[in-house]
Design a protein around this ligand. Structure first.
Ligand code: 8YV
Length: 315
């Protein structure tokens, strides 16, 4: 039987490419010089799109594939997929939840610790001889026992909270409603009020049109000159211009960011700020988790073409 034709939007690690090529006729969108011409040529044959959380699938791509049945996202976030276009045509969408929760939470907490304690600057202090020449490293800020806010207590937000409990932090969270499994944390419905009572504010929300710029001028001002923003979700959840202005003026203490508008080409203003820790969108970036994500992304495709129920459907 002929292998189903699939469109691969971005590269995967080698251990995913091989099994993908074995099971499917793979058309590599990211390798094409003229993307429109490529889509016009292969689109009519495509039955599935294999994409990534950071790349998604836009309407033009979906429209170019009239036989499209399923989009399998390698990532938990599916905000970059045009869901309305999929719903309108009955195209299934799958993602890779759970397998990456711990890694993303680990990185969020690591970023907080790293920035609060000045770990990167401290290493430079040793390596460039400042320790010998100038003496002790400037004092940084305490983490243990302080107040944390979590915007979005989903799987990842909850995993962050579990870790923060190990630092004896006073934890509050914000979301549509209080959660039964979070009775030992304070529920605050309003993001501005959450930011006001937080030293460290984690953004762990699934992004959508409704959450766009939820961390805006008011939330940033409420977090204040002593506060730290940690974003391991999506750039669209934060008003980047407001964030940059507040970081530059000192109205916000600091920010640890794994995601950026237009990434990987982020706003260069972030690069010169001493109160910012930047990371290359690698919350799920461990060998173990990426292998599990790749497996689940393929398992969803295989289930679809075998007529089996999807393992982790979005719809
Ligand atoms: C990306 C992510 O999929 O899970 C998500 O939503 O954004 C990431 O895990 C990653 O960029 C993979 O390329």
């Amino acid at each position: 039987m002929a292998k189903p034709d699939i469109l691969q939007v971005g590269p995967y690690p080698a251990w995913d490419e091989e099994p993908l090529n074995e099971a499917f006729q793979v058309h590599r969108y990211f390798d094409a010089d003229d993307k429109d011409a490529f889509l016009a040529e292969v689109g009519p044959r495509i039955r599935a799109i294999a994409t990534r959380g950071d790349l998604g699938a836009n309407r033009a791509m979906i429209d170019a594939c009239p036989k499209l049945e399923v989009i399998s996202v390698y990532g938990v976030g599916f905000d970059a997929v045009d869901l309305a276009a999929c719903r309108a045509r009955g195209i299934h969408v799958t993602n890779t939840p759970d397998v990456l929760t711990n890694d993303v939470a680990d990185l969020g907490v690591a970023m907080m610790l790293c920035l609060a304690r000045g770990v990167i600057g401290a290493e430079t202090w040793v390596k460039d001889g400042s320790w010998v020449e100038k003496g002790t490293y400037p004092l940084k800020r305490q983490v243990s026992g302080r107040r944390a806010g979590i915007l979005g207590l989903g799987r990842i937000g909850f995993a962050i909270a579990q870790r923060l409990k190990g630092f004896d932090m006073d934890i509050a969270y914000c979301g549509p409603s209080p959660k039964d499994h979070a009775k030992d944390m304070t529920y605050i419905a309003d993001p501005v009020a959450l930011a006001e009572r937080s030293d460290f504010l984690f953004v762990a929300l699934a992004a959508s049109a409704a959450t766009r710029h939820i961390v805006g001028r008011e939330v940033i001002a409420a977090l204040g000159a002593d506060g730290m923003l940690i974003n391991i979700s999506r750039a669209s959840n934060v008003d980047e211009e407001a964030l940059l202005e507040a970081l530059e003026s000192g109205a916000l203490g600091s920010a640890a960011l794994d995601v950026f508008e237009g990434e990987p080409k982020l706003n260069q203003r972030f690069l010169t700020l001493p109160n910012v820790l930047v990371q290359p969108h690698h919350g799920s970036g461990t060998i173990e988790t990426r292998k599990a994500m790749g497996q689940l992304m393929r398992d969803n495709l295989n289930a679809h073409f075998a007529g089996q129920p999807l393992l982790t459907p979005v719809f």
